[in-house]
Design a binder for this molecule. Sequence first.
Ligand SMILES: C[S@@+](CC[C@H](N)C(=O)[O-])C[C@H]1O[C@@H](n2cnc3c(N)ncnc32)[C@H](O)[C@@H]1O
Length: 230
Amino acid sequence: MNLSVRDAEVAELMDDPDCDPKRLEATLRRFDTVNRLWSGWGSVYRSRLRPYLASLRRPARVLDLGSGGGDLLVRLAHMAARDGLDVEWLGADPDQRAVAVAEERTTPRVSFRCTDAAALHSAGARFDVVLSNHVMHHLSGPQLREFAGDTLALSDGIVLHSDIRRSRLAYALYAIGITPLAPGTFLRTDGLRSIRRSYLVDELAGALGDPWQVESASPFRVLAVGRAGG
Ligand SMILES: C[S@@+](CC[C@H](N)C(=O)[O-])C[C@H]1O[C@@H](n2cnc3c(N)ncnc32)[C@H](O)[C@@H]1O
C-alpha cells in the first residue's frame, strides 16, 4: 500500500446512502470502542477543551459536528461533569441513520439533531466550542473549506477538528488491532480507507489555509485548531 500520497478518490462504504443498514448501525455503535482506543480525545480534553471551558466561568455550549453514533460527545460530557463544568452539548449530523443511533445516548445535557453546519449557521446558532472527530477526511477539498469556514462562523470561542494522521505504521497497526471489532461492521474496510484518505500535518494546513493551526497530536492524529475572530 502506497501511503506517501493521499488517496482522495477511495470511497468509504458508510458514505454510500444504500449501504447495508445493519452493518452501518453496528459500525456506528462500535465507534465507541474505536474512539476510546485511537481518537486521542482524552488528551485533547485535558489540554484544550477543559482549560477553555473552565476559563469561561459560566455555562457553556459545545457542538460536535458529524457526531456519528454520539459516543464521543457523551464521553466528553461525562469528563466535563466530573470536573464540575456546566456544559450543554449538541451533536449534529446530516445523516439521519447516525442520529437515530446517537439519540439512544441522549441525556439531559446531551442532545442530537439531524442537521449540518450550514443550516445551523443560517439559523443563527452559536457555540463556545465547535469540534469534530473523523469528519475532515470524508470531505472533498471544497467541502472541507466550507465545513471549516462554517465551524469558525458558529463558534464564539475555539474550534477543534481531530482526525487520523496518515502513516504506514497507523495502517499496519489498525489492520491488526481492528480484527476483534470488525465482524458485522464496516470498520476494517472503512478504517483502512480512512487512513488512505487522511492528511499529513502540512497537507491539512495547506487544505485549510488561514487562520487554522494544524498540529500533530497523540500518535497518528492531526488536530486543526481555529479561533473565533482569527
Ligand atoms: C467516520 S464518521 C465519524 C463519526 C463520529 N464523529 C466519530 O468520531 O465516531 C463521519 C461522520 O461525519 C458525518 N458527515 C459527513 N459529511 C459531513 C458534513 N459535511 N458535515 C457534518 N458531518 C458530516 C457523517 O454523516 C458521519 O456520521
